[in-house]
Design a protein around this ligand. Structure first.
Ligand code: ZN
Length: 268
């Protein structure tokens, strides 16, 4: 049985959920919402796998975020046991994040991020898993996306369908969106689309089969919960907005978005 909604990127392992994590998961059960809980370093990767093991409707990704934990580098040996777990459905979140790079640290930071990203791309291919991608440009241009797409395109040529994934919290432009679609990657959107119109055109123009729904909770709660803590069941608002923007029947959009998540992450 498939759920009604799929939040493909959440962080309910974070401490913001320490007081009521069980209630949050219970609400997911009651409202037919499944979620992927995303690791950002070794410690959180272990946490999310544990959460996934305990809950039927929760899956996990393991990997190293490009910027969240600067003390750590992606060490394959650390992840070899974890990746054997059947609830692990992707590698990441990994990618490039140029938003907080300080002046003078550009070269070193970018190299470190690129090295960690490439290690995780190869780890994903080796284990036949998709990537959960995190790209955040500096703000001056689409730099992190451009650099990321260059790397991904090279691997795509070599590994074809074996290389696949989703660009989470998409914050690129239409041109960048089309490049991801061209190499078979999907894009996911958060509650941001319920209060900002920056991505309306992208959501209208790229195929519904290339879109995914996510919350990135505890961050960016959608309208009408804006400003509060976000949680996976709020993914409904994101799905509703995608349907509305596309002039699509809500139930059809719901089904397609769940199917997209199954195709990418659950092999079906
Ligand atoms: Zn995340």
């Amino acid at each position: 049985m498939k759920p009604k909604y799929f939040d493909i990127h959440s962080h309910i392992n974070f401490s913001k959920f320490d007081d009521d994590r069980e209630d949050v998961v219970k609400r997911m059960h009651e409202q037919s919402v499944w979620a992927i809980v995303v690791g950002t370093d070794l410690q959180t990767s272990k946490e999310v796998v544990e959460l996934a093991d305990k809950n039927e409707n929760i899956y996990a990704t393991i990997g190293l975020h490009p910027d969240d934990n600067r003390k750590e580098d992606f060490n394959l040996e650390d992840y070899k046991e974890l990746v054997k777990n059947k609830k692990v459905v992707a590698i990441g979140e990994c990618g490039l994040d140029y938003f907080r790079i300080k002046q003078g640290e550009e070269g070193g930071t970018k190299k470190r991020q690129k090295d960690n990203f490439i290690k995780q791309i190869e780890f994903a291919i080796e284990n036949d898993l998709p990537l959960m991608l995190h790209f955040r440009p500096s703000g001056k241009s689409m730099d992190a996306y451009e650099d990321g797409l260059e790397i991904l395109s090279e691997y795509k040529e070599r590994y074809k369908e074996k290389l696949r994934g989703n660009s989470h919290f998409f914050a690129g432009n239409l041109e960048i969106a089309k490049q991801f679609v061209a190499i078979g990657f999907t894009l996911s959107f958060t509650g941001v689309i319920t209060f900002a119109d920056s991505y309306d055109e992208i959501i209208k123009q790229i195929p519904l089969e290339s879109l995914m729904s996510e919350t990135d909770c505890p961050f960016v709660a959608p309208v009408p919960y804006r400003g509060g803590r976000c949680e996976p069941v709020y993914v409904k608002e994101v799905v509703g907005r995608i349907a509305e923007l596309r002039g699509e029947d809500i139930e059809i959009a719901q089904k397609i978005l769940v199917n997209n998540a199954f195709r990418m992450f659950l092999n079906g």
